[in-house]
Design a protein around this ligand. Sequence first.
Ligand code: AP5
Length: 222
Amino acid sequence: MNLILLGPPGAGKGTLAVRLAEHLSVLHLASGDILRTEIRNGSDLGLSVQKYMDSGQLVPDDIIIQVMIHRLTQPDCADGFILDGFPRTLPQAQALNDRLAEVNAPIDMVLYLDTDQDIIISRLAGRRFCPVCQASYNIDTMPPVETGKCDHDQADLQTRPDDNPQVIRTRLEKYTQLTEPLLDYYGSASRVARLDGNKDIDQVNIQAQQVLTKTFSSIDKP
Ligand code: AP5
């Protein structure tokens, strides 16, 4: 099964993707995570994309298309994947479409996390991550057991550099200008399911599983 998670920054794409990937036993591919790994490793790619990410701008299409299409050619993608954060522009969607047509593995469904802006802003303000294992938390909705410490390795939790109010505004503008039009692109070509992203994490997960089970009735069968 090949899925795309679409939705604004902070809608909960990464959080849902982790749960769905486990449920469906498919790979979770998050473009933001891939780029942040490059930055942490100090690679040339990381150095070239950091300025865009820190300011809330999108990384240029030619760079991200090359990174993600290359990633999708790896053998571990053959059994299905959940794309989170890619595609984000029409040229990216077209490049993905071309690549998947080559290997006859089309997108089965787009899950759109429809989430209100005030909820997004509050979630991003509360997001924390572990600099050691990259686990994600939220001080309001998904807190660690011990305040400020990662549950897995006790490292001090940090705030993502792009989760500040000014950069969040830019990210939301870019989403509206460049990413939201993908809803029409996929709406005409494939299956788009709207999920209520304002609900709590468990309820969003249940909505996603229900829509997938209904659409692909064999999904829960052994
Ligand atoms: P990326 O990392 O993809 O960031 P994003 O799209 O802005 O998405 P986020 O990771 O902020 O949010 P999310 O929807 O995954 O929410 P999350 O689950 O964490 O991209 C970062 C940057 O990389 C971009 O700005 C760009 O520069 C570059 N980039 C990446 N891909 C690119 C591309 N294709 N093209 C060009 N540039 C690209 O949840 C947020 C918080 O809310 C968490 O704290 C979580 O615990 C909590 N939460 C989640 N769901 C719920 C819920 N249902 N109820 C309550 N709390 C919840």
